[in-house]
Design a protein around this ligand. Structure first.
Ligand code: C2E
Ligand code: MG
Ligand code: MG
Length: 963
């Protein structure tokens, strides 16, 4: 009961104090403050007059005493270094009894202490001297200057207080008991808050020891900093450590710096900022170093250190708020959880600011702020603890080996496979994700239940593996086998297990993991297949083909009945198909050809795609020469049959090279032979079957060598032109020549243009070659035209595709015409149909320009392609050369009909016709009848050297002249 009463009294005291504070106005005329018996606490500040810089001796007039006399008193400072500031106030006792009061001037007051250059507290009053009697008795107090005043009834006394600091933030007159009660009331509150803060600090520190995360030491540090701050603020520290009056400020500034420091550390550690940006880490480190320096500064200039620390705290709070909001928007859960706490921090700092700047000024705010600080730490503690325990019991890092293993297993997603040998029970983790859709019932039971669900090919292996483990009592099971799922599909499962031995040394169980590895297996199979097969056709590729060829060669070496034949099938002009119809169509056609070839094979035979349009066949099913020949024909026919694509019939032909088995030849060599034979077939015009002859070897080997030789051929003058006469059929006279390139190779002799022209085309040398041909032919022609009666003589020059693509052809022709003063019509350019069709748009434009220049344009080798003449007439040709294949060799009735229609049609379209390869008189007669203008063939004349040609012209001219 007395306790309740005391508490009530204390609260009453506080309230009165509060009201007194509010009521006190700022009046400063020195007049005595009258004291009644009931006055518990009086704010003396309005009644105090401050005198500054008055030196060691201070003189002042007293207020009129009870007798109305004003006296003058002089007070001398007792301090070693007097401040020279003095405060004067007067008290009067109007009652009729003696009154005891105490004058209290607290050392520190937060309210109005200033934000940037704060007053951090100090001793305020050194001594108080009354106008009557002795100096007042100083009472013991760590937090305030307390002096006892005794006023006799009716006394009016003036007091002179010697100030020991330049500010006197508060001075009050208290009823001694009331003061004690107030102090005690605060002490209770402070005790509670301090207790909580201390506990929190200790608790968070322990948490840090248990949990390793940097978030905990950071929080603990903050808690300790708060505890330190409150200890100072609540004057607890002063009770523990004897503090010289001036040092208080250092401690206070020090704790403020510590608060600022730990706040930054906490924000950084809690939000894991090092994870986000290196720059942020560097910035934080810099900031912390700055705050560390501030700690040192606090010892020398506490107000400045405290001011900077406060700014840092404000900045941290503001920046932290922005950061937390941003990270929360990014759904960072730590940031979201910190929002309430941080808002409290911001509010606290705002309240602190309002207080120190004097906007809030009462006695409760200071302890309230202290309590608020503890509340913040409490909230932070909760937030942090949530993280500490949110991770579940495993997150802390203290795991038993067993737990670690089981977690690891759960992490792999594999199913557990546990075979209890004694009871013959297999446990295959039924609820494990790894076994979705598997016949889990059959998998959980005796080992024999597994057999029916295993792939028949894997059953024995499975059985033997288990038996072996039991028998050997060591080793591991590492097996892949197929298990049928509920839908009947097989899954590849990988079992990895190890036997566990019992005390008797027997295997008591086998434990391990089971994993579905179907995807991996499929990928492996696919890789293996891709490594050995062609992607497009799915046929074996070159590597596999050579491998097969190798083993067959080995077999053939020992068995006389094994006589393989190797075919190489290369599609003619396949590039053209690609260019004309597009790569996709080209692929479809290749696929078709591949299938057709496959169809003519027997199971013993192999087919492979060796390169883009090249197929290889190993024929094992036939060894008889005639049968092999027939087979080759079947291959040829298989390619030849029209392929219908987008309502169009595409007819392809193939060049086929073949070679038999030769003793001691390796796979590469045999393949090379077939290739050579195939090239020979190509050289001979394609659509041919060519068996390998050993002569090809020396002939064709060293394509690379030939290439470099061709490059040098210019310098060595090995290239020349031959001129084949073109005869006017009606008169039998030479109407012109076709210029044909000749290469007289130093070692090989004459190399056929059919061999080196494609080579030159593929290497780009053809441009030079073509220029040379044009120039040389024109030069010769100009020379011949000067012979009598030869002014109309013409000369044809073959143009290749590369030349056609180049822009310079027009220029070259123009210059040559100019250089040799040729009549443009007498220079003719020969282009083949396929060449024009390679790029019809461009060709049309180019030919148009050439035509404008006046040069002749001949369509060479007509009939070998598959374009219609009507189509070709979009190009401005003036001459058509019927290909030799129509006229050479045996007479076939259809052929003459064809020739007939070509010539008539050409004439209708206004073209002159040259018949190439006429080799008999009957044809010649027929052509003459058809009014075919010209013929060009060995029958009329082989290609001649320039000199021979000149001589021939002269002879004729001479003959004609003499005739
Ligand atoms: P082409 O333009 O069709 O030339 C006619 C080819 O037929 C020549 O072969 C010629 O010797 C041959 N020939 C002429 N009459 C007969 C005959 O009655 N029977 C037989 N069997 N053949 C006959 P050559 O000189 O071997 O030239 C082959 C091809 O090389 C030429 O065919 C032409 O396409 C190309 N060519 C030759 N010289 C050049 C050139 O300077 N530049 C370019 N780009 N290609 C050239
Ligand atoms: Mg020609
Ligand atoms: Mg020709």
């Amino acid at each position: 009961m007395p306790q309740t009463f005391r508490l009530a009294r204390q609260i009453l005291c506080l309230l009165t104090l509060f009201v007194a504070c509010l009521a006190a106005g700022p009046s400063h005329a020195l007049s005595p403050v009258s004291i009644g018996r009931e006055d518990i606490a009086i704010d003396l500040e309005p009644a105090v007059e401050i005198f500054r810089d008055r030196g060691r001796n201070f003189q002042v007039s007293t207020v009129p005493g009870a007798d109305g006399i004003v006296r003058r008193i002089e007070v001398e400072s007792t301090a070693a270094t007097p401040s020279g500031d003095w405060a004067v106030f007067a008290l009067s006792n109007n009652s009729d009894e003696q009154i005891d009061r105490i004058v209290v001037a607290p050392h520190f007051r937060l309210a109005s202490s200033g934000f940037l250059w704060p007053d951090l507290g100090s001793q305020r009053i050194a001594a108080i001297t009354p106008s009557e009697g002795f100096a007042l008795d100083r009472q013991e107090s760590p937090e305030a200057d307390v002096f006892l005043v005794t006023l006799d009834p009716g006394a009016i006394i003036t007091f002179v207080a010697e100030l020991s600091s330049d500010r006197l933030p508060e001075i009050r007159l208290w009823e001694p008991n009331a003061y004690k009660d107030t102090v005690n009331a605060f002490t209770l509150y402070r005790g509670i808050v301090l207790g909580i803060a201390g506990l929190l600090a200790v608790f968070l520190t322990i948490l840090f020891v248990v949990k390793g995360s940097p978030m905990f030491p950071a929080t603990a540090a903050l808690a300790w900093a708060v505890l330190a701050y409150i200890c100072i603020d609540f004057d607890f520290w002063q009770k523990l450590v004897p503090i010289v009056p001036g040092q208080e400020r250092i401690w206070r500034a020090g704790t403020e710096v510590a608060l600022a420091f730990t706040l930054v550390v906490f924000l950084y550690a809690y939000l894991n900022l090092n994870r986000w940006h290196g720059i942020l880490s560097a910035f934080t480190a810099l900031w912390l170093v700055g705050l560390g320096a501030l700690g040192v500064l606090a010892a020398f200039d506490p107000p400045m250190a405290a001011g900077i620390a406060r700014m840092s705290m404000t900045a941290t709070a503001g920046f932290g708020l922005l950061l937390i909001l941003y990270l929360s928007a990014m759904r960072y859960d730590r940031a979201i959880m910190l929002i309430p706490t941080w808002l409290l921090i911001v509010v606290w700092i705002a309240a602190g600011w309002l207080t120190v700047t004097g906007r809030i000024d009462n006695d409760i705010i200071q302890p309230a702020l202290g309590g608020g600080l503890v509340l913040i730490v409490l909230l932070i503690g909760f937030t942090v603890m949530q993280h500490a325990f949110a991770g579940g019991s495993f997150a802390g890092g203290l795991l038993s080996d067993m737990e670690r293993r089981s977690l690891a297993l759960a992490g792999t997603g594999d199913a557990i496979w546990d075979w209890d040998v004694a009871r013959d029970r297999i446990f295959a983790g039924c609820d494990t994700e790894g076994l979705d859709g598997m016949p889990v019932a059959a998998m959980n039971g005796p080992a024999r239940d597994w057999l029916p669900i295993l792939h028949p090919d894997d059953r024995d292996r499975f059985k033997i593996t288990l038996d072996t483990i039991l028998e050997h009592r060591r080793g591991r099971i590492a097996q892949d086998f197929r298990v049928r799922d509920d839908n009947g599909h097989y899954h590849w499962m990988s079992l990895q297990a190890r036997p566990v031995l019992g005390s008797n040394g027997e295997v008591v169980r086998c434990v391990g993991t089971l994993k579905d590895v179907t995807e991996r297996k499929k990928a492996e199979e696919r890789l293996l297949h891709d490594a050995l097969h062609d992607q497009l056709t799915g046929l074996p590729n070159r590597e596999l083909f050579i491998d097969r060829l190798d083993s067959i060669s080995c077999l053939a070496a020992t068995r006389p009945d094994v006589r393989p034949t190797l075919f190489m099938v290369d599609i003619d002009r396949f590039k053209q198909v690609n260019d004309e119809f597009g790569i996709a169509t080209g692929d479809t056609i290749l696929l078709t050809v591949g299938r057709r070839l496959k169809r003519v094979l027997k199971p013993q035979d192999s087919l492979a795609r060796l390169s883009s349009d090249q197929f290889g066949v190993i024929l094992m099913s036939e060894s008889d020469v005639a049968a092999v020949g027939a087979f080759a024909e079947t291959l040829r026919d298989a390619v030849r049959a029209p392929i219908t694509f987008a309502n169009q019939d595409i007819i392809l032909t193939a060049s086929i090279g073949l070679t038999g088995w030769t003793e001691g030849a390796g796979a590469d060599e045999v393949l090379r032979e077939a290739e050579l034979a195939m090239y020979q077939a190509k050289r001979l015009g394609g659509d041919r079957i060519e068996p390998f002859r050993s002569a090809y070897k020396t002939h064709s080997s060293g394509r690379v060598e030939l290439e470099s030789d061709l490059r040098r051929a210019f310098g060595r003058n090995e290239l020349s032109l031959a001129f084949q006469p073109i005869i006017k059929l009606s008169t039998g006279e030479i109407a012109g020549f076709e210029a044909l390139m000749r290469w007289n190779h130093a070692k090989r002799g004459f190399v056929s243009p059919a061999e080196f022209i494609p080579l030159a085309e593929s290497t780009g040398l053809i441009v030079q070659l073509g220029q040379f041909a044009l120039d040389e032919a024109a030069r010769r022609l100009a020379d011949w035209q000067r012979l009598p009666g030869q002014s109309k003589l013409f000369c044809s020059v073959n143009i290749s595709s590369r030349q056609l693509i180049r822009q310079d052809l027009l220029n070259d022709v123009r210059q040559i015409l100019k250089r040799y003063h040729l009549v443009p019509e007498t220079l003719k350019l020969e282009l083949t149909e396929s060449l024009v069709m390679d790029n019809p748009e461009r060709s049309a434009k180019l030919l148009e320009r050439l035509k404008e220049m006046g040069v002749g344009l001949s369509l060479d080798d007509f009939g070998t392609g598959y374009s219609s003449l009507a189509y070709l007439m979009r190009f401005p040709f003036d001459t058509l050369k019927i290909d030799q294949s129509f006229l050479r060799g045996e007479q076939v009735p259809q052929r003459s009909i064809l020739v007939h229609s070509i010539v008539t049609m050409a004439h209708e379209l206004g073209l002159a016709v040259v018949a190439e390869g006429v080799d008999n008189d009957t044809d010649a007669a027929q052509l003459r009848k058809l009014n075919c203008e010209y013929a060009q063939s060995f029958m009329y004349g082989h290609p001649l050297t320039a000199e021979e040609a000149r001589r021939r012209l002269q002879e004729r001219g001479g003959r004609r002249g003499s005739a």
